[in-house]
Write a protein that binds this ligand. Structure first.
Ligand code: BTN
Length: 264
C-alpha cells in the first residue's frame, strides 16, 4: 500500500500561520501549477497545497517540460504547488528564497550538501535535484494582491539522464528510504513560514543564506544569450551579478538561463 500523505497533519501544522490552507493530494493531474493557475483565473484564490503523485504535463521554467522520475510503486518524485494570495513590495528574489527554504529543510547542516543554482534549481554535486517554478495570477476581484503559485519538483528515486540538459541527482542517493510524503512534511511548514516572511520583508532575510549555497559564485558561466562572465553572487534583490569583459552586468531571472562553463 502506498505511504499516507498526512494531509490533516500538514494543515494542522501550518494552521497558526495560514489557517485557511487546504491540503489536497491527487493521484494524477496534468500539472499542479497549471491547475492552481486555472483555479485562480476562475476566481478561486484561497490558500491551497496541491500535491500530485503523478503529473502528465509538468512544466518547468521558460516553457520547458518537467518530467517526474519513473515511479516504482511509490512516487519517485515529489511534485506539488502551493497557492496563496500575497502582496510583497517587491517580488524579486522569490524563487531564490523558496530555494533557500527547501534546501535548508532537506539539508539543515551549514556545510550544505544541497546547493542552489540561480535562479530556481536545487543541485547536488553539479547535478540537478529539483526545480522551482514561480507564477502569479491577478484575480478579477479588484484586489491588489496577486495569487502566487509556487511549483516544486524534486527527484526522490533514481532517474535517467537521457533527454535532460543537466544530469540528475536524487534524494535516495543519500537517504535510501526517503519517501515523497515524508519529504513533503519536512518541507511545507518552513516553506509557508518563509513565503510569508518574504511577503513582509522581501529577499533581504534570505540573501546571506542563499550566498552560503550559491553554486555559481566565483564560477565562469555562459548565459543563453551567449554572454559569458564570472558570477559575483547575487544582489539584495536576488539579481545575478556577472563580471563580463564589458563590465558588471545584473541579470534578472526572467531573462535567461545560466550554465556553469566547464573548467578550461
Ligand atoms: C524547473 O526546473 O524549471 C522548474 C520545475 C518545476 C516543477 C514543478 S513539479 C510541481 C509543479 N507543477 C509543474 O508543472 N511544475 C512544478
Amino acid at each position: 500500500m502506498a505511504a499516507p500523505w498526512f494531509e490533516d497533519e500538514i494543515a494542522a501544522a501550518v494552521a497558526s500561520r495560514l489557517p485557511e490552507l487546504a491540503v489536497e493530494v491527487v493521484a494524477e493531474i496534468d500539472s499542479t501549477s497549471s491547475e492552481l493557475m486555472r483555479r485562480a483565473r476562475d476566481g478561486r484564490c484561497a490558500p491551497v497545497l496541491l500535491v500530485a503523485e503523478r503529473q502528465t504535463a509538468g512544466r518547468g521554467r521558460m516553457g520547458r517540460p518537467w518530467q517526474s522520475a519513473q515511479d516504482r510503486g511509490e512516487p519517485a518524485s515529489l511534485t506539488f504547488s502551493l497557492g496563496l494570495p500575497l502582496m510583497p513590495r517587491d517580488w524579486s528574489g522569490l524563487s531564490l528564497a523558496v530555494g533557500v527554504s527547501v534546501a535548508e529543510s532537506l539539508d539543515p547542516s551549514k556545510a550544505g550538501r544541497i546547493s542552489l543554482k540561480w535562479p530556481n534549481d536545487l543541485w547536488v554535486d553539479d547535478r540537478k535535484l529539483g526545480g522551482i517554478l514561480i507564477e502569479t495570477a491577478l484575480p478579477q476581484n479588484g484586489t491588489a494582491e496577486r495569487y502566487l503559485v509556487i511549483g516544486i519538483g524534486l527527484n526522490i528515486g533514481p532517474r535517467e539522464a537521457e533527454g535532460l540538459s543537466t544530469a540528475p541527482a536524487w534524494i535516495q542517493q543519500w537517504r535510501p528510504s526517503a519517501s515523497a510524503p515524508e519529504l513533503l512534511r519536512e518541507i511545507v511548514v518552513p516553506l509557508v513560514e518563509h513565503v510569508l516572511l518574504f511577503g513582509d520583508r522581501g529577499f533581504v532575510p534570505f540573501a546571506e543564506r542563499f550566498a552560503e549555497r550559491d553554486i555559481l559564485r566565483g564560477r565562469e558561466v555562459q548565459l543563453s544569450d551567449g554572454t559569458v562572465g564570472r558570477c559575483e553572487g547575487v544582489g539584495w534583490g536576488g539579481e545575478l551579478l556577472l563580471q563580463t569583459a564589458s563590465g558588471m552586468k545584473t541579470i534578472t531571472s526572467a531573462e535567461v538561463s545560466v550554465r556553469p562553463r566547464p573548467a578550461q
